[in-house]
Design a binder for this molecule. Structure first.
Ligand code: AMP
Ligand code: MG
Length: 430
């Protein structure tokens, strides 16, 4: 494809397509790391720890019983057997949660429950199953080694010990640990806030009748969901027609301070009525081609809003980050996956912003255009270690996109992949 002036990345006249990696770096640089905030544990799921977590207390915080049974001095029950049990008076009852635990006097046992503090003087727990379960006097039918069934204070963690490092992705076990250590909140990076705005005079909202020539708007909804699935927050704006003034007006009103990224779809390729390109060229956003398919036409930059509108919106100065995705639904979502999702996750401190990649064998064969990195929609057979293409490379086939669970990543220089050749796939689930 020959380079037209509209495929330039800069007004200086450069027209070479960017590589995927180059454009990914540009987009990543637009989305700054967000500030650290503290969130309640109930809101920490999926977030990334932004400060090391040190335990306030030792874990366990005190020596406690691992069994329901009797706290004893091990030496006093050394000779116990079923045939010749050792009988001890029961001094006290220690349920879990008892805070005033009496000392174990020599020659006695305390009845104790799992999780209850081991009394001073005791050094072993005899499980209730090895006794007659007596409440006044207990017959102990088995010896216990010193330390038996005693969970020692600090054996999981010492007080003050760092238990989770910065960059840990928080899920149920990590959040449970934080609670166990006495933390009510966790330090995480704020979720970036993304405005999603689609363009196209042919678009109508789902749920309303279609006139000939119209289609249902899908990118805005799809991208807003993808933004949220990436861990950021999204505000989906009402889509606008291919009208530069209307598009600009929406941005001037909505691209306010506190917006980390404006994500548009449509209106960036080489035709007429390219509303996004027409509205933003010369305002800090650059447009051009990326050597990929789908998703060739792209734009990105920092939008300078002129005049009083910008001032009141609080985005004068550096300008608000804008990434403009192409309108074909598959192009839109694939370029979100390739450029935007990693940038949003990196801004939240994610240790692995990209999708997991596995190498599997291709089921079938594919050809791919020279000089463009291609992302084909795939269905993985994890058990067989194979992937097969679903649909075709055409970038309007949202049905195939919705049935795919991975993207087959074909390097720019590759032109043919034969059956059973290894290919990298990006896993879209999980
Ligand atoms: P564009 O990038 O605006 O030239 O659009 C390319 C193709 O994607 C056209 O067929 C559009 O109708 C379609 N398209 C653009 N925006 C959307 C959208 N928000 N939802 C669904 N299809 C769209
Ligand atoms: Mg359009």
């Amino acid at each position: 494809m020959s380079a037209s002036p509209s495929s330039s990345w800069s007004s200086a006249g450069g027209s070479a397509p960017r590589s995927v990696a180059e454009h990914a770096a540009v987009v990543a640089s637009l989305v700054a790391a967000t500030a650290v905030e503290r969130v309640p544990l109930s809101e920490a799921s999926g977030r990334v720890l932004a400060e090391d977590l040190a335990s306030v207390v030792a874990l366990p915080p005190f020596d406690n019983s691992a069994m329901d049974g009797y706290a004893v001095r091990a030496a006093e029950v050394a000779d116990a057997s079923e045939a010749a049990p050792v009988r001890l008076p029961v001094g006290a009852d220690i349920p879990a949660g008892r805070v005033d635990v009496p000392v174990l006097e020599p020659g006695t046992a305390h009845r104790i429950m799992t999780g209850a503090p081991v009394p001073e003087g005791a050094d072993a727990i005899v499980p209730v199953e090895r006794t007659d379960a007596g409440t006044e006097t207990v017959a102990i039918g088995a010896p216990a080694e010193a330390g038996a069934h005693v969970r020692l204070s600090g054996e999981d963690a010492a007080a003050g010990q760092v238990l989770l490092r910065v960059g840990t992705v928080l899920a149920a076990p990590q959040i449970g640990l934080a609670a166990a250590c006495g933390s009510a909140t966790l330090a995480v990076r704020r979720r970036p806030h993304v405005l999603v705005l689609s363009t196209g005079s042919e678009l109508v909202a789902p749920g309303t009748p279609l006139e000939p020539g119209q289609i249902y708007e899908s990118n805005g909804t799809m991208l807003a969901v993808a933004v949220r699935e990436a861990g950021a927050t999204a505000e989906q704006l009402s889509f606008v027609p291919d009208d530069v003034e209307k598009f600009r007006a929406v941005l001037a009103e909505k691209a306010v301070a506190g917006v980390d990224l404006v994500l548009t779809s449509g209106g960036v390729s080489a035709g007429a009525y390219e509303v996004v390109k027409d509205a933003l060229t010369g305002n800090g956003v650059e447009f051009g081609k990326v050597a990929m398919q789908p998703g060739g036409p792209q734009g990105a930059g920092r939008l300078r809003l002129d005049g009083a509108g910008a001032e009141s919106a609080g985005v004068e100065g550096a300008g608000v980050a804008v990434v403009t995705l192409p309108g074909n639904p598959v192009s839109s979502l694939v370029s979100f996956e390739v450029f935007v999702r990693p940038a949003l996750r990196a801004a939240m401190g994610h240790p692995s912003p990209s999708r997991p990649v596995v190498t599997v064998r291709l089921d079938g064969s594919l050809s791919s255009p020279a000089g463009r990195r291609q992302f084909r929609r795939g269905v993985l057979d994890a058990r067989a270690g194979t992937v097969s293409e679903i649909g075709t490379p055409a970038s309007h086939l949202i049905g195939a996109l919705a049935r795919a669970d991975c993207l087959i990543d074909l390097p720019a220089e590759l032109q043919r992949v034969n059956d059973a050749d290894p290919v990298d796939v990006w896993l879209l689930e999980g």
